[in-house]
Ligand binder design. Structure first.
Ligand SMILES: C[S@@+](CC[C@H](N)C(=O)[O-])C[C@H]1O[C@@H](n2cnc3c(N)ncnc32)[C@H](O)[C@@H]1O
Length: 355
């Protein structure tokens, strides 16, 4: 227990004494205030100046300066707002984004309109609070277009959008400005990989840079995976990631539109189909049905639902679409909301056993 100079006061003067010590910037925040039945011991950072002395003399009817042993406080991890307390007024301080996506050494934030003038200061504060971060990107648009990518602005640190990212023992090279990637689905990537069985053939219709494909290949050496994406950059990163994780023998990367690729190369091949294109996956259920083996298999179906009963709605939509394609949903193995993507809009995943 470290020893420190302290201000000892009767308990009834405790609140006033703590306030005075804080105002004089003398409070030793690394140590815990000590209490006995009648007294409070407030640890101080430095020996007292004459001014501090006279404030205590004037304000406290009874006090003592002494030396005491104190328990150390647990160190709190500093957050970006801690570094901006002197820069931003309190009403803006509370708006500093708490949700930060970390992709390797890149931090991604959404800056609220009220804080636009402070975006670089916020970026610098994020660099200070998170020592492993070397670039801070602000989202400067929505996820858009067929490639599902968005624009970013570098607000602090190195001028880059590409990095290495590790997730459940797999390594990925990602460029968040060129191909879709979200660390928010990491649990799903791992869950689906664990569900795959030995000897299966898997088709990922919207594979991106490979966050479903790579862990499946790594966990199951005798599983073959066809990984399709329409974005040539995504497939270039996917190839690199497959090589980084030594899964070249199992993965067949294919650039192209999933509908056309299945029709030309993948009819009736799959035991399992992954469909992570939540905005429009319903329009591709026929493609997934065609990719499945004639005897059926499993579809991991991701969708967005803007509804108070998202799971029920998603199940009804998928069941109807599967039936229209002369297949049947035999059973839902799983139905869950993965995350809320906007007020009252959920990303839902269904694992459906199809006959
Ligand atoms: C939401 S991202 C998901 C990527 C990846 N599965 C993941 O979880 O990170 C959807 C991906 O589908 C691709 N895509 C969109 N339309 C497509 C289509 N018709 N055929 C193949 N890929 C498509 C986009 O380029 C994008 O990489």
């Amino acid at each position: 227990m470290p020893e420190a100079v302290c201000l000892k006061v009767p308990k009834k003067l405790g609140e006033l004494a703590i306030r005075l010590v804080a105002e004089l910037d003398l409070f030793n925040r690394n140590l815990q205030i000590h209490q006995t039945e009648g007294s409070l011991y407030i640890p101080l950072t430095v020996d007292l100046s004459y001014d501090a002395f006279s404030v205590f003399e004037k304000s406290l009817s009874k006090y003592e300066l002494s030396v005491h042993n104190f328990v150390e406080r647990e160190k709190r991890h500093l957050v970006p707002a801690d570094f901006l307390a002197d820069t931003l007024p309190p009403d803006l301080l509370v708006l500093i984004p708490r949700a930060i996506d970390f992709v390797g050494d890149i931090a991604i934030v959404e800056i609220p309109a009220e804080l636009i003038d402070y975006k670089n200061a916020i970026g610098e504060a994020i660099l200070k609070a998170h020592k492993h971060v070397s670039t801070v990107l602000a989202k400067s648009g929505a996820v858009e277009g067929i490639y599902r990518i968005r624009d970013f602005e570098v607000i602090a640190g190195d001028n880059k959008t590409a990095t290495l990212y590790r997730e459940y023992g797999c390594t990925y090279y990602v460029d968040v400005a060129k191909a879709y990637f979200s660390p928010r689905l990491s649990t799903e990537h791992n869950r689906v990989a664990l569900a795959v069985k030995a000897g299966e053939t898997v088709v990922d219709l919207f594979a991106g840079v490979g966050p479903f494909v790579v862990p499946i290949a790594k966990k199951h050496p005798n599983v073959k995976i066809y990984a399709v994406d329409v974005n040539p950059d995504a497939v270039a990163f996917l190839k690199r990631n497959v090589a980084l994780n030594r899964a070249e023998k199992q993965v067949v990367p294919i650039v192209g539109d999933a509908r056309q690729i299945v029709q030309e190369q993948l009819l009736g091949k799959a035991d399992r189909v992954i469909m992570n294109l939540p905005e429009t996956s319903l329009e591709f259920v026929d493609v997934a049905c065609k990719a499945l083996k004639p005897e059926g298999g499993i579809i991991h179906y991701y969708c967005f639902v803007n509804d108070s009963g998202p799971l029920k709605t998603a199940k009804t939509q998928l069941t109807q679409a599967v039936t229209q394609n002369k297949r049947q949903v035999k059973e839902f193995l799983l139905a869950k909301s993965v995350r809320e993507v906007a007020p009252y809009t959920w990303q839902v995943v269904l694992d459906a056993k199809i006959q």
